[in-house]
Design a protein around this ligand. Structure first.
Ligand SMILES: *Cc1c(COP(=O)(O)O)cnc(C)c1O
Ligand code: SF4
Length: 457
């Protein structure tokens, strides 16, 4: 290593070069090759095959060997996070697919049924597709999304997969080959041109899939240009990633890991705020030596690591898990950022929690940590009008209500205004909520304006 900034500090473990792992990944066709699964019953393994033919499945050897406690399967949170479970699709869908596999139906029949089942799941929630695609010279730019004034989302085409897949992920449509998701050819030019034309943008958020599956040279291509003067309005560059959980080697032993860290350092030295938005669902993901080394190496470049995660049944639906997650993060110098409510798509009935329960878990956890861990906001729904945080439950004029506020919105003026919704113990999402009777109206304060925005789009 030729740059002192990426040298390891003495208080963190060293990398043992003989332990360096090759990236080995398994998909549904290779389920039988995963030795660790041999300990499960025939039935359990068959059930996995059934679900893996519908929902995306991909797991790598590091996750299998270092993150899953196989003595605690099927309850182990990382096993639930990465391996398909029978309850993730409806009993009817499950039985249909199981029948096809049992009678060794053709691949075509299996694919047809798989798409039929998937079409019942909501692949593109919250009007993402129609509403947020920005334009250059009247042509839509498919790899960009511009929903909130200050921040543009960029989906580079080389970053549309992940080192493993999360079983709950709403991005599943792109992993199973939704051909509607096309990508621009001159993406870097389009991105740069759009940013130059939109001086109101201060934040670029690169997302996926996982942008960290990209080779460093592609990231350099997108990001180094931003150091020139015409991009001085871009103050913050964030990359959303789960690589610290699924493949921390990306920052340590991969061929171009050092170049990657040098890129981070260059951005920081040029005065940009550079942040990795790490996706951690469970404290077990941060416990390995490799993860700890990766975290330190990234921080030594001056980059900030923030963390965000949805709240998911079977994986982290326990306040003690969140308390540990946030405390461990503060210990590691990671800033807790968002707790999300699981989105209204995919295998949601298996993973979702009512808003009331999500609030209880958040409150129980957040009251037990110090102020430095209370930077975690939530539980928050990323919905059509914006990110809505559930703040609490009150009695107002004899009515039990949820207290809500926007923490991000299509109209920035909506942000931080408290508003109310009728309490309902099994409301899961914004569209389950109603305006309280005492308001004397049926519409939330933002709905008329949102309707206009939708009409104008
Ligand atoms: C969450 C989100 C952002 C970033 O919002 P912050 O509150 O700045 O973290 C940007 N665009 C979209 C579409 C988002 O969902
Ligand atoms: S890493 Fe992110 S994009 Fe990839 S499967 Fe998990 S949640 Fe989805």
């Amino acid at each position: 290593m030729n740059n002192p900034a990426v040298l390891l500090r003495s208080d963190i473990p060293e990398v043992d070069p003989t332990q360096t792992q090759r990236f080995q990944v398994y998909t549904e066709k290779q389920l039988d090759k995963i030795t660790a699964l041999q300990s499960l019953s025939q039935e359990q393994r068959f059930a996995m095959r059934v679900v893996a033919n519908v929902l995306p499945f991909r797991v790598n050897q590091y996750v299998i060997d270092e993150l899953i406690d196989w003595s605690n399967v099927p309850n182990d949170p990382i096993f639930q996070l990465t391996f398909p479970q029978a309850g993730m699709i409806s009993t009817e869908s499950f039985n249909q697919m199981a029948d096809l596999l049992k009678k060794q139906a053709s691949n075509k029949e299996i694919q047809t049924l798989a798409w039929q089942i998937r079409s019942q799941l909501n692949a593109h929630p919250s009007g993402q597709k129609q509403l947020n695609v920005p334009k250059l010279n009247n042509e839509p730019i498919p790899g960009l999304q511009h929903k909130y004034r200050e921040t543009v989302l960029f989906f580079p085409s080389q970053g549309q997969t992940c080192h493993s897949y999360c079983s709950f992920c709403f991005r599943w449509a792109q992993f199973v080959g939704d051909k509607e998701l096309r990508f621009a050819t001159k993406e870097d030019d389009l991105l740069h041109q759009y940013l130059i034309e939109h001086k109101e943008i201060s934040d670029l958020l690169i997302t996926g899939g996982d942008p960290m599956v990209m080779k460093t040279k592609h990231l350099v291509n997108y990001l180094e240009a931003l150091l020139s003067k015409e991009f001085s309005h871009i103050q913050t560059i964030r990359i959303g990633t789960k690589a610290l959980s699924f493949w921390p080697q990306r920052f340590v032993t991969d061929n171009d890991a050092d170049e990657l860290l040098h890129l981070f350092e260059k951005l920081v030295k040029a005065g940009k705020h550079f942040a990795l938005m790490a996706h951690f669902n469970h404290p077990n993901e941060m416990q390995t030596d490799m993860a700890k080394i990766a975290i330190k190496r990234i921080q030594n470049t001056g980059a900030i690591i923030r963390s965000q995660s949805p709240l998911i049944r079977h994986i982290n639906d326990d306040p003690m898990v969140w308390k540990t997650l946030w405390n461990d993060q503060v210990k590691l110098g990671i800033v807790p950022y968002y707790m999300f409510v699981e989105r209204d798509t995919g295998a949601k009935s298996y993973f979702e929690l009512p808003l009331a329960e999500a609030l209880t878990i958040y409150q129980t956890a957040i009251t037990q940590v110090s102020g430095l861990a209370r930077t975690a906001r939530g539980p928050s729904m990323s919905a059509l009008p914006g990110k809505i945080e559930i703040q609490g439950i009150r009695d107002i004029a004899g009515e039990k209500v949820f207290v809500l506020r926007f923490i991000q919105a299509r109209n920035p003026e909506w942000v931080t205004q408290p508003f109310f919704a009728k309490y309902h113990p099994t409301a899961y999402w914004l569209n389950d909520l109603q305006v309280p009777d005492f308001e004397g109206t049926k519409e939330f304060f933002f709905e008329a304006e949102l309707g206009q925005m939708l009409n104008n789009a």
